[in-house]
Structures are given as structure tokens and as C-alpha cells.
Write a protein that binds this ligand. Sequence first.
Ligand code: IMP
Ligand code: MG
Length: 177
Amino acid sequence: MDRLKVLLTQQQIAKRVAELGAQISRDFEGESVVLIGVLKGATIFLADLARQLKLDATFDFIAVSSYGNSREQSGEVKLMKDVDQSMDGRNIILVEDILDTGLTLTYLKNLLLGHKPKSLKIAALLDKVSRRTQPIHGDYVGFEIPDEFVVGYGLDYAERFRNLPDVCILETDEETS
Ligand code: IMP
Ligand code: MG
């Protein structure tokens, strides 16, 4: 049996996302931005964050190979879907659910810098700082969290739990029995 323990409530998340939206709106006042969501985990965060921006904003999406059904990062990142538009001269905000080892965002950042954007910032709802193996940081981070496996608000375990409104710690049998 999977056990879920609430780590961040939907009210806490909504408040923090509004703060991040206000900060991004100030930083890019008078400019347009393109939000690039990393499929599929970032979709819910992107949808909420976008509605807090008082800016001219467009969306794009990118997909990389991820954990699959396992909880460990393979160490290899593979591009599954590239962006649809040219990012030349654009203000990119790369939107991700969680910064863990940093492998995914390091790979995506380098890939997108090749498009010669005007600027590139990283927005991550969650940050597991203690897990980082790459020298990368989020510019707009929702919450720093401990090294626990979390699901909900877009984050999955084997594709499940993305629709939970709260971010929850997932305790599986392997750990609890
Ligand atoms: P990184 O490349 O190690 O930074 O991993 C980032 C990706 O790993 C995220 O986009 C998530 O898909 C996944 N991930 C890392 N930690 C968790 C977690 O606690 N729950 C669900 N997915 C996670
Ligand atoms: Mg992901």
C-alpha cells in the first residue's frame, strides 16, 4: 500500500506561486516572455504560474526522458520533444516541477542557450538542494524540500498522483514494511 503524507498544501502552493508570479512580473516589466514547460511534471505549475503573470506571455513545451517507473535518475538525459518555435532573442523562463540532481535542467539550459535567447531563467516549484550534483540553481524557486520522494501538483510516481492538489511525500512498502 502506498502512503501519502501532505508536505505542502494547495493553499501554501497557491500563495507561493502568486509570489513568484509577482516577482517575475516585476523582473520582466514591459517585456514578453516564453514559458517553456518540461513535460509532464511542470504542466500544473506552469498553468498556475502563467495566470499570475502580468506580462505578455506565450507557452512552449519540451520533453526529456525521465525516471520512467523508477525513483532514481539514470544519469542520462534524452530529448524526446524539442520546442516548436525559435527562441532567438526571447526571454525564456524554463518551468520545471523539481530540481533534484540538476542533470535535467543543466541539459535543457545548455540546449536552449544554443537558441541564442535574450535571457534564460529557471522557475522550479521545488528544490531538493541536498541532492544536487550539478552546479545549477533555480532563479525562481517555490520551496526547498528535504530529500524525500514527493508526488502531486504535477509530480508523479510511475505516472500516478499528478492530479493531487497538494504535494505529498510518498512512502511505499519497500520503506515502511
Ligand atoms: P534531476 O535531473 O535529477 O534534477 O531530476 C529532475 C526530474 O526528476 C524532475 O523533473 C522529476 O521528473 C524527477 N524527480 C526528481 N525528484 C522527484 C520526486 O521527488 N518526485 C517525482 N519526481 C521527481
Ligand atoms: Mg519531470
